[in-house]
Design a protein around this ligand. Structure first.
Ligand code: PLP
Length: 448
């Protein structure tokens, strides 16, 4: 049935599920058997009926501090009463400057300036536009080619899908995608299966950038964008040495290096940014999600000093970059972000994630050997379980697992194809890690 008691879920009438066309969702299957949540606290969601759901995915990789933390809720409420909106085009409000300073402080090296937007997709597009503009401003206007990576995800804007490497996200929009090339992805099950942390094999895949440079000429290439860990295509950590190698090749040819840290930022890999974990300073970092622990939409790009300084030229009254969003640096987002960053600091949540990593890795690897489990990968507080596809086709098993986990186990995780992806809030404790892994184990047994 396509109806559902939305009043019981405290949602306004009309009492049906048709109007909302849900993104990245099998709409008919969802509406036939909804997975609805209406309340959240710390490690749990609650269904409208009050059933607890252990949050194994930090919502969508975003509620890193846990749900509905009191200080974040209070900061948003206070700000809503104080000032709802203020433009950040030609005007400003103090919280936006404070938030930018705090975020820049967390980033390594001279990543000193923050351009705000509202999502990871906008952050990706913004970084790519800054890269193109940077080269144009420095007289290298031939550098227009953007390099992404197979299996990369940088959101759903036209820039993001141009460099993204997920074919269903690209296939209907092909006419707008010239001007990009892609590095090979870094996953090889035969060489990497059941690796904890960064796999030993794969750094040599960075050398493909040399081939791309040889093909197109460095003078046509603006930037390379990669996720330090590919999240959306199943938790693929960078192989040991891979990101350093990319940095070296980019330096050699004057190519800007962008890390998409929309998932890996704000503690997911045990550091403020994965750039620090890997000892590599990219030219730009994109972020979103964890910056407000998911409480208010916010995203942004952190850029190195030399890039920002390059734009700060010419007549002072002239706008330096024709780009920005109405809601860039929105007061509610800034208030949420400042409260979230305080919580990360006061509860040492990034350090906690780092300390918890070995326990988490051991726990998830205990499912190795289960029938139908082809690989388990883990890094930071991320784990991915590849299941053998069903005879009914790829993706069926993953979907069934997500449904079974929610309805029968009280567990939320992401399923991408037949891969179960797990990324709990950083406040997860050892007992909850045990519970999470048990629930996943029973789910896999149920769908195999
Ligand atoms: N970049 C990465 C690495 C992501 O994982 C995501 C979302 O999952 C995005 C960009 C897009 O973010 P948003 O959905 O906020 O636009």
């Amino acid at each position: 049935s396509l109806t559902y008691d939305l009043d019981a879920a405290s949602i306004a009438a009309p009492n049906d599920l048709e109007a909302f066309w849900m993104g990245f969702t099998a709409n008919r299957a969802f509406k036939a058997r909804p997975r609805m949540v209406s309340r959240a606290k710390d490690m749990h969601y609650y269904t409208p009926e009050g059933r607890p759901i252990l949050d194994g995915s930090a919502g969508l990789w975003c509620t890193n501090a846990g749900h509905n933390r009191d200080s974040i809720v209070a900061a948003i409420q206070k700000q809503a009463a104080e000032m709802d909106f203020a433009p950040t085009f030609q005007f400003g409000h103090p919280l936006a400057f404070k938030a930018a300073s705090r975020i820049a402080e967390l980033a390594p090296g001279d990543l000193d300036h923050v351009f705000f937007c509202n999502s990871g997709s906008e952050a990706g597009d913004t970084a790519l536009k800054i890269a193109l503009a940077f080269h144009a401003v420095t007289g290298k206007g031939t550098r227009t080619r953007l390099i992404g990576r197979e299996r990369g995800y940088h959101g759903v804007g036209f820039g993001g899908i141009t460099v993204g490497g997920i074919s269903p996200n690209r296939r209907f929009f092909g006419s707008l995608l010239p001007g990009a090339d892609h590095l090979p992805h870094t996953y090889d099950r035969e060489k990497q299966a059941f690796s904890k942390g960064e796999p030993d094999w794969g750094a040599e895949r960075a050398d493909a950038l040399e081939g791309i440079v040889a093909l197109h000429d460095a003078q046509t290439i603006a930037a390379v964008i990669v996720e330090p860990m590919a999240g959306s295509t199943g938790g693929l950590p960078a192989p040991k040495g891979y990101l350093k190698r990319l940095r070296e090749i980019c330096d050699k040819y004057g190519i800007l290096l962008i890390f998409d840290e929309v998932i890996t930022g704000f503690g997911r890999l045990g550091f403020p940014f994965a750039a620090e974990r890997y000892g590599v300073v990219p030219d730009m970092i994109t972020f979103a999600k964890g910056v407000t622990s998911g409480a208010v939409p916010m995203g942004g790009v952190i850029v190195r000093k030399h890039i920002y300084d390059t734009f700060m030229n010419g007549q002072e009254h002239v706008i330096e970059l024709f780009h920005g969003y109405t809601y860039s640096g929105h007061p509610l987002a800034c208030a949420a972000s400042l409260a979230t960053l305080d919580l990360y600091r006061d509860e040492a949540l990034f350090e906690r994630a780092r300390a918890m990593e070995p326990t988490f890795a051991d726990a998830v690897m205990s499912l190795k050997g289960k029938p139908g489990v082809l690989d388990i990968r883990t890094v930071g507080l991320v784990a991915a379980f590849d299941m053998a596809p069903s005879v009914e086709g790829p993706g069926k098993r993953g979907y069934q697992a997500m449904e079974t986990a929610f309805h029968d186990e009280g567990l939320m995780f992401r399923a991408t194809g037949d891969t179960i992806a797990v990324s709990p809030p950083l406040i997860i404790n050892e007992a909850q890690i045990g519970e999470l892994v048990e629930k996943i184990g029973r789910t896999i047994d149920a769908v195999m």
